[in-house]
Design a protein around this ligand. Structure first.
Ligand code: ADP
Ligand code: MG
Length: 243
């Protein structure tokens, strides 16, 4: 059985940049695991997810369950980084969650009562059903993040990519998101999460991929977080008590 995500010699060079954002990264995602993608600011973590989703040009090869990406997009759910979303867009929490169902509804078709019920059930999973009719701009940052997670869940995929879902959220939201990640894992899904906080990687994730333009290390989270690897990735001495 081909793995959920196989990346070979992935490189990304943004227009007019001197250096590639990513260079020659090869990686096989661990099936049914919760993997943290870590590395300093500007390391290429978001670039990695965008490239494997086919959202930006890259060189190298990406296969999803053994097939080219273009045939497998329905098997992937993606939650973008918070800063890339327009939170002033006038849309309700329920509509955001329902957007996750578009793959199933089709863009031009009507959202039926049944779709709304389904979208509501995803809002319920993130404890946001009571806010279904609220405009997203009126919600707190943590609540917005949960609504976005509901949309991601509604995509009902096999492979989940999430870009910093836990950055800057309140403790209630953190607990809800972590429990959802664990549930997805229990259901056999493969989940890759860009994570900003080295201290908590070992608590929340079983595997880690450490990037800084190239792949520095991958494997069990606690084995990746060695002082040596972190020094290579961060280029300056960092806390050594994170493992
Ligand atoms: P991370 O998510 O790890 O913080 P990114 O993947 O966002 O890092 O960025 C990696 C590098 O690519 C950074 O140097 C960043 O400035 C650059 N970069 C990201 N997006 C673009 C873009 N659209 N155009 C040019 N350079 C970019
Ligand atoms: Mg990023």
């Amino acid at each position: 059985m081909p793995g959920p995500l196989s990346v070979k010699n992935l490189s990304v060079h943004y227009h007019l940049q001197d250096e590639p954002a990513l260079s020659d990264v090869s990686y096989e995602a661990a099936p049914g695991h919760l993997t943290a993608i870590i590395g300093p600011n500007g390391a290429g973590k978001s670039t990695f997810l965008k490239a494997v989703m086919g959202l930006i040009p890259y060189t190298g090869e990406v296969k999803v369950f053994g097939q080219p990406l273009k045939d497998q997009k329905h098997k992937i759910a993606y939650m973008p980084q918070r800063s890339s979303v327009d939170w002033d867009f006038p849309i309700s929490a329920l509509d955001v969650a329902a957007m996750g169902l578009y793959g199933q509804i089709g863009f031009m078709r009507r959202v039926t009562k049944q779709h709304k019920t389904e979208a509501l059930s995803y809002l319920d999973q993130v404890d946001m059903a009571d806010y279904a009719d609220r405009q997203i701009g009126q919600l707190s940052g943590g609540q917005q993040q949960r609504v976005f997670l509901a949309r991601t869940l509604a995509q009902n995929a096999d492979l989940y990519f999430m870009d910093e879902p836990l950055a800057g959220v309140d403790i209630t939201t953190e607990k809800i998101i972590i429990s959802i990640l664990e549930k997805l894992k229990k259901d056999g899904k493969t989940i890759l999460v860009v994570h900003h906080d080295l201290q908590s990687v070992g608590n929340f994730f079983d595997k880690a991929l450490l990037l800084n333009q190239t792949k520095i290390a991958e494997g069990p989270a606690k084995k990746v977080l060695t002082p040596d690897n972190l020094a290579k990735a961060y280029k300056t001495p960092v806390l050594t008590d994170v493992a």
